[in-house]
Design a protein around this ligand. Structure first.
Ligand code: PEP
Ligand code: MG
Length: 317
């Protein structure tokens, strides 16, 4: 199986009816770019930058260290685009073990991701400057996790402007970036049109979107049986987000686990998705599904699956 899939590495991901599909890699460290290329990824769709921040007893990586790490990922991808997500610590990704228990009652609902970044504006601007500088070495997309409020959007964008101005003042080179938001909170999925007024592209984080839509802690085993990507409400939010982006001609991808699960490849293609980001090890199996899919014929079926009372059964049937 591995050998057979391996031969697909250099085969472009195109459906039977000629629709191009972008298969990207999720990475945690710059070194992972190598595995991404080996798997045939056409870029990095999610670089989880928090892994540079974790396990350091709260000492943050400085601008230079971050710049070198992001640049290494960008150069490692040899000209292919790299989406760098700003730090997403908190909840299941504590900064360090000593802080793991030093949190509030519901850490997933607390100060995590962009909320934490906005509460530490100097740290955040340091990261933004490092990302902007790395963008001088290749195509970089900047991605912001966990946004829900218009005020958070505007604060984030003004800090990006501020970071650019700081680099201008210092006379340091930086490059252009596309700026995108993750859709991982139901409030965001229900406000896609507002998000599209501000952002160049969107990326759907289904891991958190499922957690927050169903009120199921993604790390709590006692409720893991209720963590259901096929819940009609979850699929409705995913479908609606993709549809609105397509209506407006803005890029949209899925970077949660759903993107790498072959059970969902045909459904997501039928819903109009043309960009998937996943663990490198999943890329070839998903590509095989793409090559067998007829996107036009899947459209009506995908709509029916999402509208059905039991999508899991409709998917299997
Ligand atoms: C997600 O929530 O789907 C996602 C991709 O982000 P993370 O898993 O890092 O929270
Ligand atoms: Mg997430």
């Amino acid at each position: 199986e591995r050998g057979r899939l391996g031969r697909l590495r250099h085969t472009p991901a195109v459906t039977l009816d000629g629709q191009k599909v972008e298969l990207l890699a999720n990475i945690e460290l710059p070194e992972d770019a190598e595995a991404a290329l080996r798997a045939g990824a056409v870029g990095v769709g999610l670089f989880r930058s928090e892994f540079l921040f974790m396990g350091r007893e709260g000492r943050m990586p400085d601008e230079e260290e971050q710049y070198l790490a992001y640049r290494k990922a960008v150069e490692g991808m040899q000209g292919l685009p790299v989406t760098i997500r700003t730090v997403d610590v908190g909840a299941d990704k504590p900064l360090d073990e000593t802080r793991r228990y030093d949190t509030h009652l519901n850490p997933a609902l607390g100060l995590r991701a962009i909320r934490w970044s906005l509460s530490e504006p100097e740290m955040f601007r340091t990261q933004l400057r490092a990302i902007l500088r790395a963008a001088a070495h290749g195509k970089v997309n900047l991605l912001v996790p966990m946004l829900a409020h218009g005020t958070e959007i505007r604060q984030t964008l003004s800090l990006i402007d501020f970071a650019r101005a700081e680099l201008d003042n210092r006379g340091v080179a930086y490059g252009p970036v596309s700026i995108g938001a993750m859709i991982e909170i139901p409030a965001a999925a229900l406000q896609v049109r507002t998000f599209l007024r501000y952002f160049d592209y969107l990326s759907i984080g289904t891991n958190d979107l499922i957690q927050y839509t169903l009120a199921i802690d993604r790390a709590d085993e006692s409720v893991a049986h209720l963590y259901d990507p096929c819940h009609p409400a979850v699929l409705g939010l995913v479908a609606g987000t993709i549809a609105e982006c397509r209506r407006q001609g803005k890029p949209v991808s899925v970077c949660g686990e759903m993107a790498g699960d072959t059970q969902f490849t045909r459904l997501l293609i039928g819903l109009g998705l043309r960009s998937f980001s996943m663990h490198p090890a999943q890329i070839l199996a998903v590509k095989q599904e793409v090559l067998r899919a007829d996107a036009t014929r899947l459209e009506g079926w995908a709509r029916d699956v999402v509208a059905s009372e039991d999508p899991a059964q409709a998917l299997a049937g």
